[in-house]
Design a binder for this molecule. Structure first.
Ligand code: SF4
Ligand code: SF4
Length: 106
């Protein structure tokens, strides 16, 4: 089973012609110039966009595993040891700062 993290239509830069590019997670290459670090883990992962976060703290109560940690200076961290990418916090976040990267294909 593959885990897809992006579909890019009308792609002109990933080979000759116009194509649809399917991006899969689990890349083993670890290139120094990697533009898609979210592709390295083979599993779905939670992403956090600090620029969108309004520091409302809704995600702290939405997470069943207490994976969201907010420290001094509103420093927001995610405890990846306990996050299972269930996505509950992404549904609760009012500003779109949280997202699950990766969907398992059928
Ligand atoms: S994805 Fe689930 S486990 Fe991970 S931080 Fe959000 S609510 Fe918690
Ligand atoms: S719910 Fe969203 S906007 Fe609110 S603190 Fe969490 S990540 Fe930031």
């Amino acid at each position: 089973m593959a885990v897809i993290f992006d579909l890019q239509r009308f792609s002109l830069h990933d080979g000759p012609g116009i194509r649809t590019t399917v991006f899969l997670k689990g890349c083993p290459l670890h290139c120094l110039w990697c533009h898609n670090p979210e592709a390295i883990s083979p599993r779905p992962v939670l992403s956090y966009d600090a620029a969108r976060c309004t520091h409302c703290l809704t995600c702290l109560t939405a997470c069943p595993h207490n994976a969201h940690l907010v420290g001094p200076g509103k420093r927001h961290e995610i405890d990846r040891r306990v996050c299972d990418a269930c996505g509950k916090c992404t549904l609760a976040c009012p500003s779109g700062a949280l997202a699950i990267i990766g969907v398992a294909s059928q």
